[in-house]
Design a protein around this ligand. Structure first.
Ligand code: ZN
Length: 630
């Protein structure tokens, strides 16, 4: 199919131009627009395959050979083929897209078997994208007209100045029937193109009219930054349409995939390993301007599995590396329902899902207006795991002052706990639930076991499979342990002394403990000079296969920092590593101090109290170190 299409279509673009496009195209860059790639060793890259659902990356790219191949589903090809498959473009459209990207002017061969065309045959996608680009300019120019005053006021009242409006390409659809349609027709776009692209629609009398009128317009872009549709906000009281109108489904606009702001947010999403999902265009703008650059929003539809797919590939969300997805809700019932539904839907995704409910039922845009940028950053920072959120809302519906209320709340909440996929976490949630209900642990545990179809938590079906080499990184602690080990393996000269100075007891995950022990057994990171020899020494020192496999993985996994690591980054990482145990020890000591009678056990009380003070001092120092001071 591909070869045939090449043969048929290649006649239209000159062969040497196609060759030039292939030569000048960085396949890694093209694929990185939609798939986050990491090193696979030997100069190759890998990521999650966009063509089949997978949990660990089998999608490989060889920049040296200019090809990609998926070991999972067998798809593969060059950069042109990638665009054809990933974006559903034709061969010509893909070549045109890559040529534009590389700044190559394509020349088309005269097709002497048919009548000459007024302009070279372009692919449909490129035509529709060009029409949208022209529409953006048209709407933007309209925003400065007298009639657009309500649109400018709308933006100003929400704290968006001219620069912000420009950055997001905001515009105004004028109070006219066919101003845009005529404008685009004059630029050579056909009747069919404007209807297919969703920019115009036929009126009852059959003439073509603008789809959007008297509205504030937001261009909606795809991952690569092409405008593929619009979101339009009602401005006038006598406009009887819905508050928001969006582009209908078109060949280039699929609302189940579209995320507003993704073009501006994608690099930060990949870099930070997290994404903030908000509810509207103004919320995305407010978050970005408040320095939460990872915010995106769905456009006129609920967040769904296709959106998860888009984000997972950016987050490189595998079993080994967990991306964080943070939903903000203004605390209303709809938002809560959506969160609980997410809990039902996708268990794998649940462990990495967080909820941030804004105070006083304000959305991020309102919050920024009322309380400033810092309040928006705080909102995201104060996120809570979806499981905690769901449990709290479940039991809040019952009157916990009565026995009946407590028992009913327990019955309803137990299935949620039984559903938690990470079995190690279940006992913790059983304890928490018991505490929240004010009940003993045993009945709650029995209810959870019963809800899980009688399967005791210890009897894990998972234990029939061999333990994965890579622990699931679903806690900040695991993540930072992993990062510390990566530093010791990849940058021993830089990180060695600080790494070795931190006690092995700071590591929690058993496989991480094993790797930490192997590094010590291999002579410690301070003494190492790095390179393949060092990695082999550590691998040889590993007591078990899982640890040895993890060493191989950590030796090549990119650090979670842009650019080269420096002493500051090492210092921050090691401080975060120790944070968990220091705070746990403080909590422990505090409860001990509280149980001691300071009068009868004066000496013990002061000893513990002194210990507590010095630990808190240590914690403060660590907090400063983690914040970036050396
Ligand atoms: Zn695949």
């Amino acid at each position: 199919m591909y070869a045939e299409e090449v043969a048929e279509m290649a006649g239209r673009i000159r062969d040497e131009d196609i060759a030039l496009v292939r030569e000048r195209t960085s396949i890694a860059e093209v694929i990185s627009d939609t798939v986050t790639l990491k090193s696979a060793g030997g100069g190759n890259l890998k990521g999650l395959c966009p063509f089949h659902d997978e949990k660990s990356p089998s999608f490989n790219v060889s920049p040296a050979r200019n090809v990609w191949y998926c070991f999972g589903c067998g798809a593969g090809g060059d950069a042109i083929k990638f665009l054809m498959d990933a974006e559903h473009l034709s061969f010509v459209e893909s070549v045109e897209r890559l040529a534009a990207r590389a700044g190559i002017q394509l020349r088309y061969v005269e097709d002497d078997r048919s009548t000459p065309r007024a302009r070279p045959q372009q692919g449909q996608r490129q035509r529709l994208v060009a029409a949208h680009a022209a529409a953006v300019e048209f709407y933007r120019a309209q925003l400065t007209t007298a009639g657009a005053r309500p649109a400018r006021e709308f933006l100003a009242q929400r704290g968006f100045d001219r620069a912000a409006a420009d950055r997001y390409g905001c515009g105004f659809a004028p109070d006219a029937w066919d101003l845009l349609t005529k404008h685009l027709r004059q630029q050579g776009f056909t009747h069919d193109e404007l209807v297919t692209g969703g920019l115009s629609r036929p009126s009852r009398s059959g003439t073509l009219i603008d789809r959007f009128r008297r509205r504030l317009m937001w261009p909606i872009r795809d991952l690569t930054g092409d405008v593929i549709g619009f979101g339009a906000r009602k401005l006038f009281a006598d406009d009887d349409g819905p508050k928001y109108l969006n582009t209908p489904e078109t060949p280039i606009y699929k609302k189940s995939h579209v995320l507003y702001g993704i073009d501006q947010a994608k690099r930060e999403i990949a870099k930070q390993g997290k994404v903030v999902v908000v509810e509207g265009y103004t919320d995305v703008m407010a978050c970005h301007l408040a320095d939460v650059p990872t915010a995106v929003a769905t456009c006129g539809t609920a967040f769904g599995s296709d959106h998860i797919g888009v984000l997972r590939r950016l987050l490189l969300d595998t079993d080994a590396v967990a991306g964080e997805i943070i939903f903000t809700f203004d605390g209303d019932a709809a938002g809560q329902k959506a969160a609980l539904r997410a809990f039902e839907d996708d268990q794998r995704f649940v462990g990495r899902t967080f909820i941030a409910v804004s105070p006083d039922n304000m959305d991020p845009c309102e919050l920024r207006l009322a309380k400033g940028d810092l309040a928006v950053r705080d909102l995201v920072a104060r996120r809570e795991p979806l499981v905690d959120f769901a449990l709290r809302h479940m039991i809040n519906r019952y009157d916990l002052d009565t026995v009946d209320g407590r028992v009913e709340a327990m019955r309803r909440a137990a299935p949620l706990v039984a559903k938690i996929k990470d079995r190690e976490k279940r006992p913790e949630y059983v304890r928490k639930l018991a505490g929240d209900l004010g009940m003993e642990i045993e009945p709650v545990q029995r209810a959870v076991l019963a809800a899980g179809n009688g399967q005791p938590a210890g009897d894990a079906p998972a234990s029939r499979r061999p333990a994965p080499a890579t622990p699931a990184v679903d806690s900040p602690q695991s993540m930072v342990e992993r990062e510390a080990l990566k530093l010791a393996l990849q940058e021993p000269v830089l990180a060695g002394p600080m790494f070795d100075a931190v006690e092995a007891t700071e590591y929690r995950h058993p496989v991480h403990v094993a790797v930490r022990a192997a590094i010590a057994a291999a002579g410690g990171a301070s003494a190492a000079t790095g390179g393949a020899v060092w990695i082999e020494q550590v691998r040889d020192a590993c007591e078990d296969l899982a640890a040895s496999a993890l060493v191989g993985e950590l030796a090549v996994e990119p650090l979670r920092i842009d650019g080269e690591p420096d002493p500051r980054y090492v210092s921050i990482t090691m401080a975060r590593l120790q944070w968990g145990s220091v705070t746990a020890r403080i909590k422990d000591l505090k409860s001990k101090v509280q149980r001691i009678n300071p009068v009868s056990n004066k000496d013990e009380y002061f000893a513990l109290f002194g210990e507590l003070l010095s630990l808190e001092q240590h914690a403060r120092a660590l907090r400063e170190q983690a914040a970036g001071g050396l």
